[in-house]
Design a protein. Structure first.
Length: 147
């Protein structure tokens, strides 16, 4: 099942657990997700099915003998871990992934249809500010008609 969209703010507890918004949890067919490092210093979460499809695609389109492929495999595939959504709707984010994303207390959870992203709230705001001009240029370049 596809995930839904939305932007949600939640707090990381002292044990490194983050509550997933009920709207996002309700769209999941499983209580297990795969979490890994994402691009832009955030974390990506996938359903196990989506993760398998992504990792299979990464391996089938890359070669062990290409440096860029090894970088992608080490940054995205290697740190991936399964996390279970507990009865309170929380996931325990491994310390290594919290460190990578710089997660402190306040977090932003983004639903992006086929994946979730988890950001440190301050880092996400800084990213939004830093990419504003690029966003404007990219949206202008889109050629979507009849909306």
């Amino acid at each position: 099942m596809d995930l839904v969209t939305g932007e949600f703010k939640n707090t990381l507890d002292d044990k490194g657990r983050l509550s997933l918004p009920a709207k996002l949890r309700g769209s999941l067919s499983s209580s297990v997700l795969v979490i890994t490092q994402g691009v832009d210093k955030c974390l990506w979460l996938f359903t196990p099915e989506r993760w398998t499809a992504l990792s299979d695609q990464l391996f089938s389109s890359t070669s062990l003998f290409h440096q860029q492929a090894r970088i992608i495999q080490r940054r995205i595939i290697a740190p991936a871990q399964e996390v279970e959504i507990d009865k309170a709707g929380r996931i325990a984010i491994p310390q290594s992934l919290r460190d990578y994303a710089g997660l402190n207390k306040e977090c932003v959870v983004l639903g992006i249809t086929k994946r979730l992203e988890i950001w440190d709230a301050e880092a996400y705001k800084a990213w939004l500010d830093a990419t504003e001009a690029e966003f404007n240029a990219a949206s202008e370049a889109l050629d979507i008609q009849n909306l």
